[in-house]
Design a binder for this molecule. Structure first.
Ligand SMILES: NC(=O)c1ccc[n+]([C@@H]2O[C@H](COP(=O)([O-])OP(=O)(O)OC[C@H]3O[C@@H](n4cnc5c(N)ncnc54)[C@H](OP(=O)(O)O)[C@@H]3O)[C@@H](O)[C@H]2O)c1
Length: 113
């Protein structure tokens, strides 16, 4: 079975956590990496892994979306392990009510273009 490779930065809580739960219970072909602080994501991973409807595969990857080296490390990992990424849910640190949109978005996000 060919896996669909999915990366969700920031899945400890909120939208990223909800998306991780929903996708993990959607298809056995989904390989979902939740990115962030490994310690903080452990509880989220344990909760999702205990869901009765779990179908996909879940793993934690260290990732700080404000750190270029951290982004490069996960890009290298994905290339080596899977050679491609199917879905990026660009969740963590995107937007914010008081931010200058362009200046805050550009350094904090993956370049998807
Ligand atoms: N909720 C809304 O109504 C709404 C509306 C518009 C836009 N948004 C945007 O949608 C995104 C998710 O919203 P949310 O309400 O689910 O936010 P949230 O509950 O604050 O969750 C954000 C997630 O991102 C993680 N995170 C923060 N900084 C990070 C970094 N540098 N690297 C990797 N992960 C990081 C957080 O982990 P830690 O806690 O461990 O840092 C957390 O797991 C946000 O970017 C937000 O601005 C939300």
């Amino acid at each position: 079975m060919t896996s669909t490779i999915i990366l969700i930065p920031g899945a400890k809580a909120g939208i990223g956590f909800a998306a991780s739960k929903a996708l993990s219970c959607s298809s056995p072909s989904y390989y979902i990496m939740i990115g962030g602080s490994e310690e903080k994501l452990t509880a989220a991973m344990n909760e999702i892994s205990a869901l009765p409807g779990l179908k996909g595969t879940l793993s934690i990857k260290r990732l700080d979306v404000t750190d270029g080296e951290s982004i490069k490390a996960i890009v290298d990992y994905v290339e080596q392990q899977f050679s491609h990424l199917d879905v990026l849910i660009n969740n963590a640190r995107v937007g914010g009510l008081n931010a200058n949109t362009r200046e805050s978005f550009m350094p904090c996000s993956f370049c998807t273009a």
